[in-house]
Ligand binder design. Structure first.
Ligand SMILES: Cc1cc2nc3c(=O)[nH]c(=O)nc-3n(C[C@H](O)[C@H](O)[C@H](O)COP(=O)(O)O)c2cc1C
Length: 198
């Protein structure tokens, strides 16, 4: 079965009224190629418009498209547990964040936070386009940075697999059972009025 056929509303019910894309976005592993350069441009355009401290825009994306030698290079940065499914992606991206402000060279303590905002823009744009977008912290950051010539001043945040939704049956058996939208904690578990609550 194609993951696009999975009915998200059978797995997730928001407690309050929100934009549907927040709930319908999830991170499939069943991918297939077919991500066009125009698709990638739209994803990066969404990433572009994220807010950031002092409008620093500390995010940088390096990417490789399936079928190119660079794609295999990017794939080689991933842990085996991610490689087994991400190999079917249409594109792999590396998100890095500039650790200092361009304006004064001082440390930017929110660079990774801002890069995360841009990733979320990208992910939501992908979901709205019917693409599967999956972030991965499981990669060798030092290897990726040195191989791709990323300067010292940039922190490797995560890699991202993008693909057309694929068939669940193409996944290794132990991944097939978990190929569904995950739940969330209730608001009361993470939002506290007035002061911290244990
Ligand atoms: C920064 C980040 C790193 C992640 N790393 C991995 C990873 O290495 N491998 C993986 O299979 N999923 C990874 N995920 C996916 C998460 O497990 C997933 O987002 C989470 O379980 C919530 O599920 P959902 O995205 O389907 O809503 C990562 C997600 C984020 C945001």
């Amino acid at each position: 079965m194609n993951v696009a056929k999975i009915n998200v509303s059978e797995h997730r019910k928001p407690d309050h009224d929100v934009l549907p894309v927040f709930v319908s976005r999830w991170s499939p592993r069943a991918l297939q190629p077919g991500v066009s350069r125009a698709d990638l441009s739209r994803l990066l355009e969404a990433a572009r418009w994220a807010p950031s401290s002092y409008n620093e825009q500390p995010w940088r994306y390096l990417f490789a498209v399936s079928g190119t030698p660079e794609f295999n290079t990017f794939l080689g940065f991933l842990l085996e547990a991610n490689q087994v499914w991400a190999k079917n992606a249409g594109a792999l991206l590396l998100l890095v964040a500039k650790k200092t402000f361009a304006r004064n060279g001082k440390p930017n303590g929110v660079a990774v936070f801002d890069a995360g905002s841009s990733w979320q823009n990208l992910a939501l744009q992908g979901a709205s386009m019917g693409l599967a977008v999956h972030a991965m912290a499981g990669f060798d950051a030092a290897k990726a940075a040195s191989t791709l010539g990323v300067p010292e001043d940039f922190h490797p945040c995560c890699m991202i697999a993008v693909g057309k939704p694929g068939e669940v049956e193409t996944l290794p058996a132990d991944y097939q059972g978990i190929e569904k939208p995950s739940p969330r904690n209730p608001i009361t578990a993470f939002a506290f009025e007035g002061r911290w609550k244990a």
